[in-house]
Design a protein around this ligand. Sequence first.
Ligand code: KQY
Length: 367
Amino acid sequence: MSNALDSLPRSDGFWMPAEWEAHTQTWLLWPVRTDTWRNGAKPAQRTFAELAKTIAHFEPVTVCVPTEQYENACAMLGDNIRVLEMAANDAWIRDCGPTFVLNQHGEVRGVDWIFNAWGGLEKGTYFPWDKDDLVAHKVLEVERLARYRATICTEGGALHVDGEGTLMVVRPTVMNSNRNPNWSQSQLEVRLQHYLNVEKVIWLEDGVYGDETDGHIDNLACFVRPSVVALTWTDDENDPQYAISQAAYDVLSNTSDAKGRPLEIHKIHQPGPLYMTEEEAIGIDKVAAARYRCAEDRLAGSYINFYIANGAVIVPTFNDPHDEAALATLRDLFLDREVIGFYAREILLGGGNIHCITQQQPAPHDS
Ligand code: KQY
């Protein structure tokens, strides 16, 4: 295994590009664990395969699968998708995969964050997470890309950039005794600036209600282009999400990006509220080493957890009355891309959504 670089992306001239910039490919992991995914993970495998095929219409896709699922995954994914054997603890490559960075000379590298399953033994989702913590390293090895091993614990889903110097994060997902104890906000901010090469960090107070990651930004708000942000919303003042979204709106509307531009904010009304049904909960194994998923758990449903691929935006839908309005807003925001609704309740049952299970590998910039 190759050693990590002992420098930092910023001093080497590398930065994290925005998701809407061109991709070389999309990475996914294959779902297998039966304490996350109901009914032996079979419905989730069908959903992941359908999502991989949808993305593969727009860019190459690689799916990493455990040994015992290799043949089955190949059969389900078909000829158009590269399948690699790789161990992992679960299927959230947004979080345990690399955050790719690039420079202006056509080189791509990766940041390998310390990963502890969203909080380790203090409110994390499962134990152990050792295989997940090796995923970024393995992906970078496969691609022969140099690696920065970060000294902070965070996840790709906790970080949204505009590619022009601005980063949005939700405070409890980064500044948390279960991720980076004893670090001040300014110490963490400096590190994030060095790893992602950003100047401005916008800190939001809380993520989507009930989000088991402590509130990842990728479920709450995202950039859709420089200085334009989409934010999950509810008009129901009695819903716990109302105060959270209102507080985020207040911060976003009173700040500017790294280039000094005010932010244009588009509210996208949340689905539901959505809850796990008895029938769904019964299909999930109950084990001490993983978070219990129970009937009537509120699901952290949000349309913001979409994925921007080359020429397309793949948006989670829930057979919910708010689906059409969300798709219509995103079609207005992404005029040059095909906006595709993808029924994603199965992914939501596992605690995340489309953005959380995908990881873009950016195309090198022309040198
Ligand atoms: O928000 C994300 N990027 C991931 C959510 C994963 C939750 C798994 N327990």
